[in-house]
Design a binder for this molecule. Structure first.
Ligand code: DAH
Length: 377
């Protein structure tokens, strides 16, 4: 505040003020000075300066007015000065507070404006992942079986030997158990066992038949585990889809027709199928299905001349095992083997994916190298 304005640094006597009217106009002048100053307090700093200039304990305007006008005033004027000073103090106090509120709200509005989302801006495009090839092949196969009336069921990956072996007609000392190189779980004391990681999805055949009466038409996608050393065609965990169809009058023709339909849908109409006798404890008869080699068209000769490296000249590629459900299995689930018949199959998904997509090392499925994964968007 300039010196010419600073009447409050002088006493009333010095200013020549001797009547109540003069006191009032003096205060009115001061009040309009304050109002002007308050108007220019538009941010936090100028607001603080205003507050200090008027309320400062030592040299704030209100202190100086008290010291220079009120205290030394003549007894006749004291009442008028006191009343005007109170009025001014209330006014200044109120305005300073309303300025504070206004400034804070303004700052908030500015922050809001800064943070406001502009929906017209182009979005941030984040790369979206894709399903792993194994998952894609699961879905492809599931869709084919959905189209002929199968539905999906799932089962536990930790099994009892009863479900993994016995109920599938594999008794304790059966040599097939050795082939499965099984992981048994180390259990805490008191936990009933033994338990193992399922070696195939076939135990879900048993779970399903225990729960449902024929007709049964299910497929079972899932992970299976074997104590295999990793190489280009082996992994300690891999994937299967089990299939099971049981009804009153299912024949061997229904069985081979279903598999042939599936293989043609999956590999293409021109692919032929054949089956060879095989052995599984839970199917009788058991077969191994082959497809005509999808690389050389079944000729056994590579496009470049020479012998086809994929089928080694045979013209056929082994696909998966299957068979008619062994009547002994029905005994474990209280189905009447005289009244029902059916077929089952167990497809190795990793193997089928490798064949269809020309992959020669099963390990790439588990290495999570994006350069591989990106090839199957
Ligand atoms: N469970 C067998 C395995 O993992 C595969 C299999 C073969 C399943 C024949 C079947 C079947 O349902 O009928 O080696």
């Amino acid at each position: 505040m300039s010196t010419s304005d600073s009447k409050h640094t002088q006493t009333l006597a010095t200013l020549g003020v001797s009547s109540a009217e003069q006191v009032h106009s003096l205060f009115a002048e001061l009040r309009s000075q304050f109002d002007a100053a308050a108007r220019s307090a538009t941010d936090e700093n100028s607001w603080k300066a205003l507050r200090d200039a008027w309320f400062g304990r030592r040299s704030g305007v209100l202190t100086l007015v008290t010291d220079n006008w009120l205290k030394p005033s003549s007894p006749e004027l004291k009442r008028a000065v006191g009343a005007s000073l109170n009025e001014l103090r209330t006014h200044v106090d109120g305005r300073i507070e309303t300025r504070r509120i206004a400034i804070e709200a303004g700052a908030e509005a500015a922050t809001n404006a800064r943070d406001r989302m502009d929906l017209s801006l182009p979005g941030v495009i984040r790369p979206i992942g894709t399903h792993h090839l194994i998952r894609q092949v699961f879905e492809e196969i599931e869709d084919i079986f959905f189209s002929i009336g199968f539905s999906v069921v799932e089962g536990p990956e930790i099994e009892t030997p009863y479900y993994n072996f016995e109920a599938l007609n594999i008794p304790e000392h059966h040599p097939v158990r050795d082939d499965m190189d099984t992981f048994y779980l180390e259990l805490p004391k008191g936990v009933p066992g033994p338990l193992l990681l399922r070696t195939h999805t076939s135990p879900v055949q048993i779970h399903t038949m225990e729960k449902r009466q024929p007709p049964v038409r299910v497929i079972v996608p899932g992970k299976v585990y074997r104590r295999d050393n990793p190489d280009a065609t082996h992994s300690f965990m891999f994937h299967q889809i089990e299939g099971l169809a049981v009804d009153a009058d299912i024949t061997f023709c229904d069985f081979t027709g279903t598999i042939d339909y599936f293989v043609k849908q999956f590999f293409g109409e021109s692919v032929k199928t054949r089956f060879r006798p095989s052995y599984f404890p839970f199917t009788e008869p058991s077969v191994e299905f082959d497809a005509s080699c999808i690389f050389c068209g079944g000729s056994g000769t590579a496009k470049t001349g020479g012998t086809c490296g994929k089928c080694k000249g045979a013209g056929w590629i082994e696909l998966f095992g299957a068979g008619m459900v062994d009547p002994a299995v029905y005994g474990f689930v209280n189905y009447d083997p005289k009244k029902v018949s059916g077929f089952a199959f167990g497809i190795g998904i990793d193997r089928l994916a490798m064949l269809k997509y020309g992959i020669d090392d099963i390990q790439v499925f588990f290495q999570n190298d994006v350069r591989f994964l990106r090839q199957f968007p």
